[in-house]
Design a protein around this ligand. Structure first.
Ligand code: ZN
Length: 192
């Protein structure tokens, strides 16, 4: 595997272990030339999938792109990366199982909505309300671009898709980063 940092062709595997409930293998790699570290995943691919965009364009299905999109919808939500990976794997398996090698972009959007509904109600509302407005005109990736644009200027509370949505955490919520060391913290080891 080529080093993504310096292009060296000969990187070494440092650690290799099963992940995502044994459906993937995660490898930590290190480059002998630049000492760059990166991770690769090995996964079963049952079928080559092509996404049919609304424009009529066909592009190869890209799992990473789906992960990125879902991550945008889950922005600032307390969902572990591992659960996101499992959710995406579930979506991919459904796509592979549908029997078609060409998948309409709208079908992926629907699966994402269904999966988000189970994973996180706030992300679900965030995605679904914007998606409903755009579904006739745009692919779900553009919807997520819209969410990202929306989320940046005025926080996360602007979507009004559903009254059942749980309250958004206030932006002013005290952060847990306030783990400020007490001035005498250093001495704690020395106390008897
Ligand atoms: Zn390198």
């Amino acid at each position: 595997m080529r080093c993504p940092f310096c292009g060296c062709e000969d990187t070494q595997v440092k650690d290799s272990r099963p992940t995502e409930e044994n459906s993937a293998i995660r490898r930590r790699r290190v480059c002998p030339d630049c000492a760059g570290r990166f991770t690769t995943f090995e996964r079963v691919q049952l079928r080559e999938l092509t996404v049919l965009k609304r424009s009529g364009r066909k592009v190869p299905f890209d799992r990473d792109k789906l992960v990125n999109s879902v991550t945008v919808a889950l922005r600032k939500r307390p969902i572990e990366a591992d659960r996101v990976e499992r959710m995406v794997s579930g979506i991919v398996r459904q796509l592979e199982a549908c029997g078609e090698s060409e998948i309409a972009s709208s079908m992926i959007g629907e699966l994402v909505i269904d999966a988000l509904r189970g994973l996180d109600p706030v992300a679900y509302v965030r995605f679904a309300s914007v998606y409903r407005d755009f579904r006739e005109a745009a692919d779900f990736e553009s919807v997520l671009g819209e969410i990202a644009r929306d989320a940046i200027p005025h926080g996360d509370g602007e979507l009004n898709g559903s009254t059942e949505a749980p309250a958004e955490p206030a932006e002013s919520k005290p952060t847990r980063a306030s783990k400020v060391k007490a001035p005498n913290a250093k001495t704690s080891d020395e106390t008897h």
